[in-house]
Design a binder for this molecule. Sequence first.
Ligand code: PLP
Length: 450
Amino acid sequence: GWSAVCPSPSVLLNPACEAPREDSAALLARREAHFAGPQKHYYEIPPQIERGWREFLFDMEGRAYLDMVNNVTMLGHAHPRLTAAVEQQWSRLNTNSRFHYAAVTEFSERLAALAPDGLDSVFLVNSGSEANDLAIRLAWAHTGKKNMLCLLEAYHGWTLASDAVSTSIADNPQALTTRPDWVHPVVSPNTYRGPFLGPDSGADYVASVTTVLEAIDEKGDGLAGFIAEPVYGNAGGIALPDGYLTDVYAAVRGRGGLCIADEVQVGYGRLGHHFWGFEQQGVVPDIITIAKGMGNGHPLGAVITRREIAESLEKEGYFFSSAGGSPVSSVVGLTVLDIIRDEGLQENARVVGDHLKAGLAALMERFPLIGAVHGTGLYLGVEFVRNRETLTPATEETADICDRLLDLGVIMQPTGDHLNVLKIKPPLCLSAESADFFVKALEKALEDTV
Ligand code: PLP
């Protein structure tokens, strides 16, 4: 475990640090000159992070921050047990995954044991995008059909197939005009601000899916499957209406399609009350995709499915990933699972998540700008609106609040298609004290900006 007792965030964080962000500004300019990756900046001068520890990050100028958005470093930053396991494996063997070694066998066994009965075949890849791409290819291979249903305002990755079913206009403004013709988006069942509200909204959302399915039926070229996160992730983890996935999965399977659950963000204990997101809906998917937290920042992704679906890929082509499930990746994956179990991180996500949600709900009574607090476990969303009746998104206010939070020592970013949501997804080791610090900081940010 951790070598020291967790200090309180008020000891660690130094909001009074007045050091100018000169080094961070200089590195930002150099980054933009040559780094072709995402240049999306939420802050004028984003802190250049130098090191992390548990749920805290430290920048070049010596400031400390509470990391409330990290959905990748699930165990916490620089976990000593994981570091030791990686060091040991790196110094013995890391190699092309075509060789045989025990770690990949053990890791596949562990993942199969965590998945529902019957889902016992595991592919190991390096990211969520790859996992979703492979899941779609499996659905194509198994059904011999191409048409895929996906939800609007969802993100599943950047590779060709995963990007095709990603419809979040915040991530990709062209998303709706460049769809390949095998992609059929359906309205996301957002029970807070979707087209259907109220007690019958679940049935209305299912009916809107049926309409799209009937249009596909009419064309007669069949259905390969349906991909969705089992929680409405884009705006902060809103639970899907009761029974939604049960009905949609039945309609998809009735047409021979396969159901893919994208657990990249919500799986692995983050929801606290369940290990998998689909458990919240009481369904069992045909294919599960995972990534992000399963490697605690090390590139690792997986697809878990039934043997006959896995075998169908052989008809369609070839699967091989040079580093997917490499010795180091497999040891990382196994150690992450050991730590989640031994440190009770799912339980911590439940207990601290419930505590944090209660703190946020109390703030909501004081600040009308908070329209809703969504989510469960350590996957929460605070949605800001200018008016609780019209739900007008408070986009500029959300940006100001995030800027103020940075000054107060909290890393947080606006999200959702209106950029009016704080999506809270900290490391699962978040202490109750850090959760309280966050609520206090948010209270101060609200007082200062609205
Ligand atoms: N699926 C979901 C729900 C995601 O949030 C993401 C990444 O943000 C992905 C898939 C893609 O994962 P990766 O960035 O590891 O390729």
